[in-house]
Design a protein around this ligand. Structure first.
Ligand SMILES: C[S@@+](CC[C@H](N)C(=O)[O-])C[C@H]1O[C@@H](n2cnc3c(N)ncnc32)[C@H](O)[C@@H]1O
Length: 279
């Protein structure tokens, strides 16, 4: 099923949280000159127009990036904010928002390699045109699970896989757990970041339970809630990070505290950073 389009949700609170986590992981990879490989199973289109009809339909970005954009914020958030600001005209209002492939390509150095999977034909075409002049970005019109698996283990052998499905069907949570099982067997030193929504039905729990029993160690769980868990809409956002960079847990404690201050309403549960499975 390919009815989901990220342009309706770009820049919402979940994007902000996920993209800050991503920018910190990429920064950690850039601490060493050795090249890295980056993969996305579900890439989207890489650039979003917040003045377009889709983004304005529910204007989700107003409760996300628009809350942070005008503020002076601590250094930890600057790599992410710099990328958002550099897409927009200086001193003008927020109009554009980056997708995760754009964030990765901005962090990439000449020696790094990016491989992106996108199955939706229209989204794929847009993504392809964004990177048509980028020699280190490969865009594939392919199922993300099968496509990324076929490229593991990669050269360069250090790096990151972002798994960011829309979870339109409930079975996707278990599909992600199965993908991780196989991908980890092929690349046990890779870092894997899995995004998931927090919804009243709590379907993400089956994925967490499965990964907890998988035998894989060193899994960090990060969650931030913006509304009460009784809300009918997505009330929070989560990331599981396997093999996170050193001290990412501490950084994400600070990120969660900061973002909750600007994005969370009264009645939202406190944010979480804990080891689902320790090292
Ligand atoms: C949540 S969006 C991705 C957002 C993007 N990662 C970001 O943060 O900017 C999910 C994307 O996955 C695509 N998609 C859905 N099923 C897919 C599959 N099996 N393989 C690859 N892409 C898929 C959708 O068309 C959609 O563009």
């Amino acid at each position: 099923m390919l009815s989901y389009q990220h342009s309706y949700h770009a820049g919402n609170f979940a994007d902000v949280h996920k993209h800050i986590c991503l920018s910190l992981m990429l920064e950690a990879l850039n601490k060493k000159p050795k090249p890295w490989s980056y993969f996305e199973t579900h890439a989207g289109t890489a650039r979003y127009d917040l003045t377009g009809e889709e983004a304005l339909k529910n204007a989700e970005f107003k409760e996300g990036i628009a809350q942070l954009y005008p503020r002076k914020l601590p250094a930890l958030l600057q790599p992410y904010l710099h990328i958002v600001r550099s897409m927009n005209d200086k001193n003008a209002e927020l109009r554009k928002y980056p997708g995760s492939p754009w964030i990765a390509s901005e962090a990439a150095r000449e020696q790094d390699k990016i491989s992106l999977m996108e199955l939706h034909p229209g989204e794929y075409q847009q993504l392809k045109s964004v990177f048509k002049r980028s020699s280190n970005v490969a865009v594939h019109h392919r199922d993300g699970y099968e496509g990324v698996l076929s490229l593991l283990p990669p050269k360069p052998n250090r790096g990151l896989v972002l798994i960011d499905p829309s979870y339109e069907v409930k079975t996707e949570y278990l599909q992600v757990a199965k993908f991780i099982d196989k991908a980890y067997q092929r690349w046990s030193n890779g870092c894997f970041a899995i995004w998931y929504p927090l919804l009243k039905a709590a379907n993400h729990q089956q994925m967490l339970n499965k990964l907890k029993r998988s035998g894989i160690r060193n899994i960090l769980r990060v969650e931030m809630c913006v509304k009460s868990a009784a809300d009918e809409r997505m009330y929070g956002t989560g990331m599981l990070i396997i093999n996170p960079p050193w001290q990412l847990d501490r950084q994400l404690q600070q990120v969660n505290t900061l973002l909750s201050k600007y994005l969370s309403a009264e009645g939202a549960a406190p944010p979480v950073v804990e080891w689902l499975v320790p090292e």
